[in-house]
Ligand binder design. Sequence first.
Ligand SMILES: NC(=O)c1ccc[n+]([C@@H]2O[C@H](COP(=O)([O-])OP(=O)(O)OC[C@H]3O[C@@H](n4cnc5c(N)ncnc54)[C@H](OP(=O)(O)O)[C@@H]3O)[C@@H](O)[C@H]2O)c1
Length: 346
Amino acid sequence: MTDRTSALRVGLAGVTGYAGFEAWRLLAGHPHFEVVRLAAGRGAGTTLADSWPALGPGATMPIEALTTGFAADLDVLVLALPHGLSAPYLAGLQAEGLLDGIRVLDLGGDFRLRDTGTYAKAYGARHPCPELLDHAVYGLTEVHRAAIADAPLVANPGCYPTATTLGARVLLAAGCGGPVHTSCVSGVSGAGRKASARTRYCEVQDSVVAYGVGGTHRHVPEMEQELCCPVIFTPHLVPTIRGMLATVTMASPSELTQERLHELAVSMYADEPLVVVRNTPPATRDVRGTGLTHVHVRLDPERETSQAFVAIDNLGKGAAAQGLQNLNVMFGLPETMGIPTIPLLP
Ligand SMILES: NC(=O)c1ccc[n+]([C@@H]2O[C@H](COP(=O)([O-])OP(=O)(O)OC[C@H]3O[C@@H](n4cnc5c(N)ncnc54)[C@H](OP(=O)(O)O)[C@@H]3O)[C@@H](O)[C@H]2O)c1
Protein backbone atom coordinates (compact mmCIF):
# COMPACT_ATOMS: atom_id res chain seq x y z
CA MET A 1 0.00 0.00 0.00
CA THR A 2 1.33 3.43 -0.89
CA ASP A 3 2.36 5.38 2.20
CA ARG A 4 1.58 8.79 0.69
CA THR A 5 -1.02 10.75 2.55
CA SER A 6 -1.62 13.21 -0.30
CA ALA A 7 -2.97 12.17 -3.67
CA LEU A 8 -0.54 11.03 -6.35
CA ARG A 9 -0.10 13.77 -8.98
CA VAL A 10 -1.07 12.63 -12.47
CA GLY A 11 -0.40 14.28 -15.82
CA LEU A 12 -2.74 12.95 -18.50
CA ALA A 13 -1.92 13.44 -22.19
CA GLY A 14 -4.58 12.76 -24.82
CA VAL A 15 -7.57 13.87 -22.76
CA THR A 16 -9.40 15.14 -25.86
CA GLY A 17 -9.51 11.55 -27.19
CA TYR A 18 -11.72 8.65 -26.21
CA ALA A 19 -9.22 6.56 -24.25
CA GLY A 20 -7.80 9.66 -22.55
CA PHE A 21 -11.22 10.90 -21.53
CA GLU A 22 -12.15 7.50 -20.11
CA ALA A 23 -8.90 7.57 -18.14
CA TRP A 24 -9.79 11.05 -16.85
CA ARG A 25 -13.31 9.90 -15.92
CA LEU A 26 -12.00 6.99 -13.86
CA LEU A 27 -9.14 8.94 -12.27
CA ALA A 28 -11.53 11.75 -11.32
CA GLY A 29 -13.37 9.32 -9.04
CA HIS A 30 -10.26 7.75 -7.51
CA PRO A 31 -9.33 8.71 -3.96
CA HIS A 32 -5.54 8.35 -4.38
CA PHE A 33 -4.89 9.94 -7.77
CA GLU A 34 -5.36 13.57 -8.72
CA VAL A 35 -5.14 14.69 -12.33
CA VAL A 36 -3.22 17.94 -12.02
CA ARG A 37 -2.27 18.54 -15.64
CA LEU A 38 -3.84 17.79 -19.02
CA ALA A 39 -2.33 17.78 -22.50
CA ALA A 40 -3.51 17.21 -26.07
CA GLY A 41 -2.56 17.97 -29.66
CA ARG A 42 -4.98 20.22 -31.56
CA GLY A 43 -6.91 20.72 -28.30
CA ALA A 44 -3.95 22.42 -26.58
CA GLY A 45 -4.86 25.93 -25.46
CA THR A 46 -8.47 25.05 -24.74
CA THR A 47 -10.16 23.76 -21.59
CA LEU A 48 -11.63 20.42 -20.61
CA ALA A 49 -15.15 21.84 -21.08
CA ASP A 50 -14.30 23.05 -24.59
CA SER A 51 -13.51 19.51 -25.59
CA TRP A 52 -16.14 17.80 -23.47
CA PRO A 53 -19.14 20.17 -23.11
CA ALA A 54 -20.98 17.38 -21.29
CA LEU A 55 -18.92 18.27 -18.20
CA GLY A 56 -20.51 21.71 -18.08
CA PRO A 57 -18.83 25.13 -18.14
CA GLY A 58 -17.29 24.56 -14.70
CA ALA A 59 -14.71 22.16 -16.14
CA THR A 60 -12.19 24.93 -16.72
CA MET A 61 -9.00 22.94 -16.30
CA PRO A 62 -6.62 24.05 -19.06
CA ILE A 63 -5.27 21.66 -21.69
CA GLU A 64 -1.61 22.23 -22.52
CA ALA A 65 0.69 21.21 -25.32
CA LEU A 66 2.79 18.16 -24.53
CA THR A 67 6.14 19.78 -23.73
CA THR A 68 8.89 18.47 -21.46
CA GLY A 69 7.66 20.97 -18.85
CA PHE A 70 4.37 19.05 -18.72
CA ALA A 71 6.08 16.26 -16.77
CA ALA A 72 7.49 18.53 -14.04
CA ASP A 73 6.59 17.51 -10.50
CA LEU A 74 4.40 14.56 -11.47
CA ASP A 75 4.22 11.16 -9.79
CA VAL A 76 2.43 9.55 -12.72
CA LEU A 77 2.30 10.22 -16.43
CA VAL A 78 -0.61 8.69 -18.35
CA LEU A 79 -0.24 8.78 -22.14
CA ALA A 80 -3.28 8.18 -24.36
CA LEU A 81 -1.73 9.21 -27.67
CA PRO A 82 -1.65 7.85 -31.21
CA HIS A 83 1.15 5.32 -31.60
CA GLY A 84 4.59 6.71 -32.35
CA LEU A 85 4.27 9.74 -30.06
CA SER A 86 4.86 8.31 -26.57
CA ALA A 87 8.30 6.85 -27.23
CA PRO A 88 10.02 10.01 -28.55
CA TYR A 89 8.33 12.10 -25.86
CA LEU A 90 9.60 9.81 -23.10
CA ALA A 91 13.04 9.66 -24.73
CA GLY A 92 13.15 13.47 -24.60
CA LEU A 93 12.22 13.46 -20.92
CA GLN A 94 14.84 10.84 -20.18
CA ALA A 95 17.53 12.75 -22.03
CA GLU A 96 16.85 15.77 -19.83
CA GLY A 97 16.71 13.66 -16.64
CA LEU A 98 13.02 14.54 -16.21
CA LEU A 99 11.76 10.96 -16.13
CA ASP A 100 13.37 10.07 -12.81
CA GLY A 101 10.78 9.33 -10.16
CA ILE A 102 7.83 9.31 -12.59
CA ARG A 103 5.88 6.10 -13.22
CA VAL A 104 4.45 5.93 -16.73
CA LEU A 105 1.33 4.26 -18.06
CA ASP A 106 1.14 4.22 -21.87
CA LEU A 107 -2.22 3.28 -23.34
CA GLY A 108 -0.76 3.24 -26.86
CA GLY A 109 1.31 0.70 -28.76
CA ASP A 110 4.85 2.07 -28.52
CA PHE A 111 6.17 -0.25 -25.83
CA ARG A 112 4.05 -3.37 -26.20
CA LEU A 113 6.28 -5.31 -28.59
CA ARG A 114 9.58 -6.43 -27.11
CA ASP A 115 11.30 -7.09 -30.44
CA THR A 116 12.26 -4.01 -32.44
CA GLY A 117 12.19 -5.93 -35.73
CA THR A 118 8.61 -7.02 -35.04
CA TYR A 119 7.74 -3.44 -34.11
CA ALA A 120 9.22 -2.09 -37.36
CA LYS A 121 7.21 -4.62 -39.39
CA ALA A 122 3.96 -3.94 -37.53
CA TYR A 123 4.20 -0.15 -37.33
CA GLY A 124 6.11 0.53 -40.56
CA ALA A 125 8.87 2.49 -38.84
CA ARG A 126 11.92 1.88 -36.68
CA HIS A 127 11.23 1.98 -32.97
CA PRO A 128 11.73 5.60 -31.90
CA CYS A 129 13.36 4.74 -28.59
CA PRO A 130 14.48 1.11 -28.22
CA GLU A 131 16.54 1.85 -25.10
CA LEU A 132 13.34 2.40 -23.10
CA LEU A 133 11.89 -1.00 -24.10
CA ASP A 134 13.93 -2.71 -21.36
CA HIS A 135 12.04 -0.67 -18.76
CA ALA A 136 8.59 -1.53 -20.10
CA VAL A 137 6.32 -4.26 -18.78
CA TYR A 138 3.34 -5.51 -20.81
CA GLY A 139 0.32 -4.51 -18.77
CA LEU A 140 -2.03 -7.48 -19.02
CA THR A 141 -2.67 -7.38 -15.30
CA GLU A 142 -3.87 -10.95 -14.81
CA VAL A 143 -0.67 -12.30 -16.41
CA HIS A 144 2.08 -9.85 -15.45
CA ARG A 145 0.89 -8.48 -12.11
CA ALA A 146 4.17 -9.06 -10.24
CA ALA A 147 6.30 -7.30 -12.87
CA ILE A 148 3.79 -4.45 -13.21
CA ALA A 149 4.08 -3.71 -9.49
CA ASP A 150 7.71 -2.60 -9.89
CA ALA A 151 7.64 -1.32 -13.46
CA PRO A 152 8.68 2.25 -14.21
CA LEU A 153 6.76 2.02 -17.50
CA VAL A 154 3.68 -0.07 -18.18
CA ALA A 155 2.64 -0.70 -21.78
CA ASN A 156 -1.11 -1.20 -21.55
CA PRO A 157 -2.22 -3.92 -23.97
CA GLY A 158 -4.37 -3.37 -27.02
CA CYS A 159 -8.08 -4.09 -26.65
CA TYR A 160 -8.19 -7.07 -29.05
CA PRO A 161 -5.10 -8.69 -27.46
CA THR A 162 -6.62 -8.24 -24.00
CA ALA A 163 -9.86 -10.03 -24.90
CA THR A 164 -8.20 -12.71 -27.03
CA THR A 165 -5.42 -13.52 -24.57
CA LEU A 166 -7.71 -13.79 -21.55
CA GLY A 167 -9.77 -16.38 -23.48
CA ALA A 168 -6.98 -18.24 -25.30
CA ARG A 169 -4.94 -18.87 -22.16
CA VAL A 170 -7.80 -21.02 -20.80
CA LEU A 171 -7.84 -23.05 -24.02
CA LEU A 172 -4.05 -23.41 -23.96
CA ALA A 173 -4.21 -24.60 -20.34
CA ALA A 174 -6.73 -27.23 -21.49
CA GLY A 175 -4.15 -28.60 -23.92
CA CYS A 176 -5.66 -27.04 -27.04
CA GLY A 177 -3.35 -26.61 -30.00
CA GLY A 178 -2.62 -23.63 -32.21
CA PRO A 179 -3.17 -21.72 -34.28
CA VAL A 180 -5.41 -19.47 -32.25
CA HIS A 181 -8.31 -18.28 -34.40
CA THR A 182 -9.79 -15.10 -33.01
CA SER A 183 -12.75 -13.43 -34.63
CA CYS A 184 -13.56 -10.17 -32.90
CA VAL A 185 -16.04 -7.35 -33.10
CA SER A 186 -15.36 -3.85 -31.85
CA GLY A 187 -17.48 -0.77 -31.27
CA VAL A 188 -16.54 2.30 -33.28
CA SER A 189 -14.97 4.15 -30.34
CA GLY A 190 -12.08 1.68 -30.77
CA ALA A 191 -10.98 3.74 -33.77
CA GLY A 192 -10.60 6.92 -31.73
CA ARG A 193 -12.36 10.27 -31.80
CA LYS A 194 -10.67 11.72 -34.85
CA ALA A 195 -13.06 11.62 -37.79
CA SER A 196 -12.29 9.28 -40.64
CA ALA A 197 -14.31 8.17 -43.65
CA ARG A 198 -14.34 4.60 -42.32
CA THR A 199 -15.95 5.58 -39.01
CA ARG A 200 -18.53 8.13 -40.13
CA TYR A 201 -22.12 7.42 -39.07
CA CYS A 202 -23.29 6.70 -42.61
CA GLU A 203 -20.48 4.21 -43.13
CA VAL A 204 -20.84 2.20 -39.91
CA GLN A 205 -24.53 2.35 -39.03
CA ASP A 206 -26.59 -0.67 -40.10
CA SER A 207 -23.54 -2.48 -41.44
CA VAL A 208 -20.68 -4.76 -40.35
CA VAL A 209 -17.29 -4.98 -42.02
CA ALA A 210 -14.06 -6.94 -41.53
CA TYR A 211 -10.84 -4.96 -41.70
CA GLY A 212 -7.11 -5.44 -41.06
CA VAL A 213 -7.38 -8.95 -42.54
CA GLY A 214 -4.62 -11.14 -43.91
CA GLY A 215 -2.54 -10.87 -40.74
CA THR A 216 -1.96 -7.16 -41.30
CA HIS A 217 -3.50 -5.82 -38.07
CA ARG A 218 -0.92 -4.48 -35.59
CA HIS A 219 -2.43 -6.51 -32.80
CA VAL A 220 -1.42 -9.83 -34.40
CA PRO A 221 2.24 -9.74 -33.27
CA GLU A 222 1.14 -8.50 -29.85
CA MET A 223 -1.13 -11.53 -29.41
CA GLU A 224 1.52 -13.90 -30.74
CA GLN A 225 4.07 -12.44 -28.32
CA GLU A 226 1.77 -13.19 -25.39
CA LEU A 227 0.40 -16.53 -26.56
CA CYS A 228 3.58 -17.92 -28.17
CA CYS A 229 1.68 -19.47 -31.09
CA PRO A 230 0.34 -18.32 -34.47
CA VAL A 231 -2.80 -16.17 -34.33
CA ILE A 232 -5.33 -15.91 -37.15
CA PHE A 233 -7.16 -12.68 -36.42
CA THR A 234 -10.29 -11.24 -38.03
CA PRO A 235 -11.43 -7.92 -36.56
CA HIS A 236 -14.85 -6.50 -37.45
CA LEU A 237 -16.27 -3.04 -36.93
CA VAL A 238 -19.86 -3.11 -35.68
CA PRO A 239 -22.31 -0.23 -35.24
CA THR A 240 -22.06 0.13 -31.46
CA ILE A 241 -20.21 2.82 -29.58
CA ARG A 242 -18.43 0.72 -26.97
CA GLY A 243 -17.84 -2.98 -26.62
CA MET A 244 -15.67 -5.81 -27.84
CA LEU A 245 -16.41 -9.49 -28.21
CA ALA A 246 -13.71 -12.05 -29.03
CA THR A 247 -14.59 -15.54 -30.21
CA VAL A 248 -11.41 -17.57 -29.79
CA THR A 249 -11.26 -21.03 -31.40
CA MET A 250 -8.64 -23.78 -31.06
CA ALA A 251 -8.35 -27.52 -31.72
CA SER A 252 -8.89 -29.44 -28.50
CA PRO A 253 -7.47 -32.76 -27.31
CA SER A 254 -9.89 -35.69 -27.72
CA GLU A 255 -10.03 -36.40 -23.97
CA LEU A 256 -11.19 -32.85 -23.07
CA THR A 257 -14.70 -32.53 -21.60
CA GLN A 258 -16.92 -29.47 -21.21
CA GLU A 259 -16.82 -29.87 -17.42
CA ARG A 260 -13.01 -29.90 -17.39
CA LEU A 261 -12.79 -26.89 -19.72
CA HIS A 262 -15.21 -24.87 -17.59
CA GLU A 263 -13.45 -25.92 -14.37
CA LEU A 264 -10.13 -24.76 -15.81
CA ALA A 265 -11.59 -21.34 -16.57
CA VAL A 266 -13.11 -21.13 -13.10
CA SER A 267 -9.88 -22.08 -11.34
CA MET A 268 -7.72 -19.86 -13.57
CA TYR A 269 -9.79 -16.79 -12.72
CA ALA A 270 -10.99 -17.71 -9.20
CA ASP A 271 -8.82 -15.02 -7.58
CA GLU A 272 -9.22 -12.43 -10.32
CA PRO A 273 -11.54 -9.68 -9.09
CA LEU A 274 -12.29 -8.33 -12.57
CA VAL A 275 -12.81 -11.57 -14.51
CA VAL A 276 -16.19 -13.30 -14.43
CA VAL A 277 -16.50 -16.87 -15.75
CA ARG A 278 -20.02 -17.54 -16.97
CA ASN A 279 -22.13 -20.50 -18.04
CA THR A 280 -23.46 -18.69 -21.09
CA PRO A 281 -21.85 -16.54 -23.82
CA PRO A 282 -21.47 -12.93 -22.65
CA ALA A 283 -22.79 -9.85 -24.42
CA THR A 284 -20.86 -6.60 -24.84
CA ARG A 285 -23.71 -4.88 -22.99
CA ASP A 286 -22.88 -6.92 -19.86
CA VAL A 287 -19.58 -5.10 -19.36
CA ARG A 288 -20.36 -1.65 -20.76
CA GLY A 289 -18.70 1.12 -18.76
CA THR A 290 -16.87 -1.38 -16.52
CA GLY A 291 -13.39 -2.81 -16.14
CA LEU A 292 -14.72 -6.35 -16.23
CA THR A 293 -13.93 -9.26 -18.52
CA HIS A 294 -16.69 -11.85 -18.99
CA VAL A 295 -15.56 -15.28 -20.19
CA HIS A 296 -17.48 -18.36 -21.34
CA VAL A 297 -15.76 -21.50 -22.64
CA ARG A 298 -17.39 -24.19 -24.71
CA LEU A 299 -16.32 -27.52 -26.17
CA ASP A 300 -17.62 -28.94 -29.45
CA PRO A 301 -16.72 -32.60 -28.80
CA GLU A 302 -17.66 -33.88 -32.26
CA ARG A 303 -15.29 -31.50 -33.98
CA GLU A 304 -12.71 -31.56 -31.17
CA THR A 305 -12.81 -27.79 -31.05
CA SER A 306 -12.90 -25.45 -28.06
CA GLN A 307 -13.99 -21.84 -27.97
CA ALA A 308 -13.71 -18.97 -25.54
CA PHE A 309 -16.18 -16.10 -25.79
CA VAL A 310 -14.82 -12.98 -24.15
CA ALA A 311 -16.57 -9.63 -23.71
CA ILE A 312 -14.85 -6.45 -22.59
CA ASP A 313 -15.50 -2.73 -22.96
CA ASN A 314 -12.81 -1.59 -25.40
CA LEU A 315 -12.42 1.65 -23.44
CA GLY A 316 -12.70 -0.17 -20.08
CA LYS A 317 -10.68 -3.37 -19.67
CA GLY A 318 -9.48 -2.71 -23.24
CA ALA A 319 -7.87 0.61 -22.30
CA ALA A 320 -8.48 2.97 -19.35
CA ALA A 321 -9.89 0.59 -16.71
CA GLN A 322 -7.05 -1.88 -17.23
CA GLY A 323 -4.76 1.15 -17.09
CA LEU A 324 -6.17 2.11 -13.70
CA GLN A 325 -5.98 -1.53 -12.56
CA ASN A 326 -2.28 -1.36 -13.43
CA LEU A 327 -1.79 1.98 -11.66
CA ASN A 328 -3.39 0.49 -8.56
CA VAL A 329 -0.96 -2.43 -8.74
CA MET A 330 2.00 -0.09 -9.36
CA PHE A 331 1.20 1.96 -6.27
CA GLY A 332 0.22 -0.92 -3.98
CA LEU A 333 -3.43 0.14 -3.87
CA PRO A 334 -6.38 -2.28 -3.86
CA GLU A 335 -6.48 -3.49 -7.44
CA THR A 336 -10.12 -2.70 -8.14
CA MET A 337 -10.15 0.73 -6.49
CA GLY A 338 -12.02 3.24 -8.67
CA ILE A 339 -12.91 0.67 -11.33
CA PRO A 340 -16.63 0.32 -12.15
CA THR A 341 -17.93 -3.25 -11.97
CA ILE A 342 -21.64 -2.67 -12.53
CA PRO A 343 -22.54 -2.20 -16.21
CA LEU A 344 -24.72 0.48 -17.73
CA LEU A 345 -27.91 -1.51 -18.43
CA PRO A 346 -29.94 -1.90 -20.54
N1 LIG B 1 -10.12 3.77 -28.40
C1 LIG B 1 -9.91 2.59 -27.85
O1 LIG B 1 -10.84 1.77 -27.63
C2 LIG B 1 -8.50 2.20 -27.44
C3 LIG B 1 -8.33 0.96 -26.79
C4 LIG B 1 -7.04 0.57 -26.42
C5 LIG B 1 -5.96 1.40 -26.69
N2 LIG B 1 -6.17 2.57 -27.33
C6 LIG B 1 -4.98 3.39 -27.63
O2 LIG B 1 -5.07 4.63 -26.92
C7 LIG B 1 -4.43 5.65 -27.69
C8 LIG B 1 -5.43 6.78 -27.88
O3 LIG B 1 -6.53 6.25 -28.61
P1 LIG B 1 -7.90 7.02 -28.77
O4 LIG B 1 -8.85 6.04 -29.32
O5 LIG B 1 -8.23 7.74 -27.51
O6 LIG B 1 -7.50 8.08 -29.90
P2 LIG B 1 -8.13 9.54 -30.14
O7 LIG B 1 -9.54 9.55 -29.68
O8 LIG B 1 -7.83 9.87 -31.55
O9 LIG B 1 -7.27 10.48 -29.17
C9 LIG B 1 -5.91 10.77 -29.43
C10 LIG B 1 -5.45 11.81 -28.43
O10 LIG B 1 -4.06 12.09 -28.65
C11 LIG B 1 -3.91 13.51 -28.73
N3 LIG B 1 -2.77 13.88 -29.58
C12 LIG B 1 -2.61 13.66 -30.89
N4 LIG B 1 -1.43 14.19 -31.29
C13 LIG B 1 -0.87 14.75 -30.20
C14 LIG B 1 0.34 15.45 -29.97
N5 LIG B 1 1.22 15.68 -30.95
N6 LIG B 1 0.60 15.91 -28.71
C15 LIG B 1 -0.28 15.68 -27.71
N7 LIG B 1 -1.43 15.01 -27.86
C16 LIG B 1 -1.72 14.56 -29.10
C17 LIG B 1 -5.21 13.98 -29.35
O11 LIG B 1 -5.35 15.36 -29.14
P3 LIG B 1 -6.15 16.30 -30.22
O12 LIG B 1 -7.33 15.50 -30.67
O13 LIG B 1 -6.51 17.48 -29.38
O14 LIG B 1 -5.19 16.58 -31.32
C18 LIG B 1 -6.20 13.14 -28.55
O15 LIG B 1 -6.39 13.69 -27.28
C19 LIG B 1 -4.02 5.01 -29.02
O16 LIG B 1 -2.66 4.67 -28.98
C20 LIG B 1 -4.89 3.78 -29.10
O17 LIG B 1 -4.32 2.75 -29.86
C21 LIG B 1 -7.41 3.00 -27.70
